[in-house]
Structures are given as C-alpha cells and as structure tokens.
Design a protein around this ligand. Sequence first.
Ligand SMILES: Cc1cc2nc3c(=O)[nH]c(=O)nc-3n(C[C@H](O)[C@H](O)[C@H](O)COP(=O)(O)OP(=O)(O)OC[C@H]3O[C@@H](n4cnc5c(N)ncnc54)[C@H](O)[C@@H]3O)c2cc1C
Length: 334
Amino acid sequence: MPQTAADRGPVPAEATYDVVIIGAGIAGLSAAIYATRERLTTLVLEKMMPGGQILTTSRVENYPGFPDPIGGMELADRLASQAVRFGAEIVSQVQVTRIEPPTGEGEGRCILAFAGSKRYCGRSMILAVGSEYRKLDVPGERRLTGYGVSYCGTCDAPFYRDKHVVVVGGGNTALDEGLHLLKYASRLTFVTLGDAFRASQILVDELARQGDKVETCFASTVTEIVGEKKVEGVRIRNTRTNEEKPVACDGVFVFVGLAPLTHFLKGVVDLDERGFILTHACTLQTSVPGVWAAGDVRAGTLKQAATAAGDGVIAALMAKEFLKQQHPAKSSVP
Ligand SMILES: Cc1cc2nc3c(=O)[nH]c(=O)nc-3n(C[C@H](O)[C@H](O)[C@H](O)COP(=O)(O)OP(=O)(O)OC[C@H]3O[C@@H](n4cnc5c(N)ncnc54)[C@H](O)[C@@H]3O)c2cc1C
C-alpha cells in the first residue's frame, strides 16, 4: 500500500537540499559537479560506493580528455573528488526504495526520497540510478554466480587462463568482452539467439581472425548451468531444432543486456516497456515536474560514460533553471 504524505510523520525529517541526486555513477557525479558549481546545495545518495558501472572496467579508452586509457576506478575517484571539492555531500550505502512526488507549491515544495528509516528532501531531484546486468534466469545461474558464472569479462577474465569459456550474447558487449577473454582463455564458445552477431563489423572481423579458438552456436540458448561447487558445463538448446546438448566448460559469461534499476519508481515517473525512464528529449525532465533523469537509466540513451556525463550536466542545469523560477527569493539559487 503506497504511503501518503499524511503518513510521513514517524520518519525523521532530513535537511532540505536544492537538489537530491539518486545514484553516484558518472551521470549522478557529473550532475553533482555542475549543481554544486552553480551553488545549489546538493546531496548524492548512493546504495554502494561512488562510481557505478565504470568501476568494473580496468580500461576506459574513449572518455574525452584522456589520450591514454584511464582505469574506471580512477575516473570515478576523479569525478567524486571534483564534486566534493565544489561542496557536494555524497552519502554511500544508502539505497533509496521510494520517492514521493511533491505535494506543496513554491517554497514548501519538496520531493522525498526514502531509504530505510530515513527520508531526504529535495526541492528538485535527479534520478541517475543506472542499470544492472540482465540474467539468463536458468537453473544453476544464481547458485554458481561467483563460482564460474560472471557478468564482467574485464573483472574476471584473468581467472580463465587456458580454460574453456562459454559467452552468452551476440551484441557489442558480448564480442568486446569475448575478445578480452581470449587474452586468457584457450577456447571460447559463443551462444546467441540470433542467426548472426549484432555487433559492430570491426568486432565481428576481429573475432573471425581468432580461428578455431572460437566456436559459435547461432540460434541457440543456454538452458542450464551445471556444476556442484563451480561451473562444470552448460546445456545448449538449438531454438530451431529444439535439440539440446551438454557442453563442458570452466566458466560462463553472460552479456544479454542491461535492466534499469527502476522498480522503486514504477507508478511515480513514466517508464517505457523495458523500465527505462521516459524524459523530454532536450530537457531530460521526467513526467514529474522538478524531477530529471540522467545516464543509462534514461530511455533512448547510448549507454556510454561520456553520454551519461552529458546527461548529468543537462539535468543539473535544468534543475537550476527550474529552482530559479520556483524559488526566486532563495539565496542558494543564484
Ligand atoms: C564492464 C563495463 C565496461 C564499460 N566500458 C566503457 C567504456 O570503455 N567506455 C564507455 O564510454 N562506457 C563504458 N561502459 C558503460 C558506462 O560504464 C556506463 O554507460 C556509465 O557508467 C553509466 O553511468 P550512469 O551514471 O548512468 O549509471 P551507473 O554507472 O549504473 O550508476 C548508477 C549508480 O546508481 C546507484 N543506484 C542504483 N539504484 C540506486 C538506489 N535505489 N539508491 C541509491 N543508489 C542507487 C548504483 O549503485 C550506481 O552507483 C562500460 C560498462 C561496463 C559494465
């Protein structure tokens, strides 16, 4: 049963910020840099640690301004330090489970974010909660995650030196990560639902150059991941013939897309059929005035670090304009 404004009583009130940003990935941190530099009081709530998905990659080669590759962790550190230098308050280990649209008008207008026993109040809000890896949802997957089932080649590839690895997926991420895995693994079996890869031609060509180290099962799917204490194999079904075969392997890497982390936003802001947040194309405002979305969680974005940063910048500057109109007398809104 959704809580109403009248039920807010027992939850202790927090200070009111000009902007509350949910998620400290690249989008959220970029928004925090711009918001604080515009002298808006800014709170960033992060359920884990600042950085988001980029933390899981050791090498970012396409973030503008870095002619040499930069580690994801270092990039995240730099963004967080920059935001803090301008005055952003970043609170880690706080998972927002609900937001409540504003009920008041003008000065009394406040959008609430609830996390555990606390609530946080923002005159405006930026949703930058990103996405997470989609699962196969087959027997064995959950039990063996961390024991041979992985969603990050960059993180786990070195564990598979001279091993046979199954890669599930046929898009850019699957091929990119698969090629990285081949620096270590002796054999790779791709399993993809399509009749061809959906990746950039440059990746497909590079994969073709790997010769018989790579086998591909097109029009196929993994129906089970097998193993007692660690992955020992998979069952692969051909979706055309329905034939199923066991394949022995040491690891399974799953790259079947991203799911937005928007369960807690259902019914509050408009989402597309996959759960990504719908926004105005230019202003990035959601269906709730005073609430913006930025980064991978926004419908129609390119899911890149630089585009997430750009989104964060737009959302922060739009929030500033909004606050200027809503709170013309308030000193913290220049
Ligand atoms: C392995 C890997 C390699 C990549 N390499 C590159 C690359 O080389 N170049 C490139 O441009 N892009 C790369 N990307 C993509 C890039 O990392 C993402 O596009 C970008 O980080 C998205 O940023 P974001 O801030 O929108 O979301 P995220 O990074 O997903 O951040 C969202 C943050 O919100 C937090 N959060 C979620 N829900 C809540 C909640 N309810 N309450 C509080 N906090 C919450 C999460 O913990 C997370 O920290 C890579 C991605 C991966 C996974």
